[in-house]
Write a protein that binds this ligand. Structure first.
Ligand SMILES: C[S@@+](CC[C@H](N)C(=O)[O-])C[C@H]1O[C@@H](n2cnc3c(N)ncnc32)[C@H](O)[C@@H]1O
Length: 261
């Protein structure tokens, strides 16, 4: 299992208190269903966590059977949905062609093999099934990235995949013409440490973020000073490039049959 899982388990009890951005993105993602016509029998919330999207999906599709999947069992414990499954998104414990709709909010930026992820989703979707997701693009946390870059060359902030590359990976995994959209959301903070607290609170801190050594503390302080250069009208901005995508599995899909060339 990837090493990010303990962070999400540890953050589970405080996640919702630090997840204003995640709540807003889950809302905006669920609103996409106002203009997409579906009537799923079985749907999955992939990387469901504590259930910010799950709850909205249940309201949008009340007749559907919702299965919430996440590899962090503590997060699932906080998810009040009835049917929760602890599993890795790359190895879903579902039969081929058994699911009508997969939704996923802000999980995919943690997945290093997007093609593998989309192939697995494509496998479990029924022909004509839909995948809808949100994830982060490269401009996400650009102020934090820039502030750390002055301090050292460590990867303090995750790198995020460009919207077009996400769409390409989906296409290569067998999905029909993905529709991709992007928008920028900016949170503002009084202090940079408040942003760091939110990131830690949702389990999104990286291993390099806050070392307890003297050099680590000095570097952290310097990064905080650098962040001040972004102060605008009294507030510190934190930019999020939010990507939304959806695509259908073709009605006459051959599923996972490998063809010899
Ligand atoms: C930022 S949280 C988002 C949770 C929820 N979708 C929301 O909008 O609040 C990312 C979630 O994805 C889960 N996750 C990340 N990689 C995963 C994987 N490979 N398999 C299953 N869950 C994964 C994490 O455990 C975490 O709960």
């Amino acid at each position: 299992m990837p090493s990010i899982r303990p962070n999400f388990n540890k953050a589970a009890s405080q996640y919702n208190a630090h997840a204003a951005l995640q709540e807003e993105v889950a809302f905006r993602l669920s609103e996409k269903l106002n203009v997409i016509s579906i009537d799923p029998i079985v749907m999955i919330d992939l990387g469901a966590g504590t259930g910010l999207l799950s709850e909205k999906l249940s309201k949008k599709c009340p007749k559907s059977h919702l299965i919430c999947v996440d590899f962090a069992q503590q997060s699932l414990r906080a998810n009040t949905n009835n049917h929760n499954v602890c599993a890795n998104a790359y190895q879903l414990p579902f039969a081929d062609k058994s699911v009508d709709f997969i939704a996923s909010s802000l999980m995919m930026q943690w997945c290093t093999d997007l093609k593998g992820l989309f192939e697995e989703c494509h496998r479990v979707l029924k022909p004509g099934g839909l995948m809808l997701f949100s994830t982060f693009g490269p401009d996400t946390l650009k102020e934090l990235k820039r502030s750390w870059s002055v301090v050292d060359s460590e990867p303090h902030v995750n790198s995020f995949t460009d919207m077009h590359d996400v769409g390409d990976q989906m296409l290569q995994s067998g999905f029909n013409s993905p529709i991709m959209e992007m928008e920028t959301l900016t949170l503002t903070y009084d202090k940079a440490v408040d942003l760091m607290r939110d990131l830690k609170g949702i389990g999104a801190q990286t291993v390099h973020n806050r070392s307890k050594s003297l050099t680590g503390k000095t570097k952290f302080k310097k990064m905080i000073e650098m962040y001040e250069s972004f102060r605008n009208e009294g507030k510190l901005p934190a930019t999020y490039e939010v990507i939304y995508g959806h695509a259908w599995k073709s009605e006459n899909s051959l599923g996972s049959i490998a063809l010899d060339s």
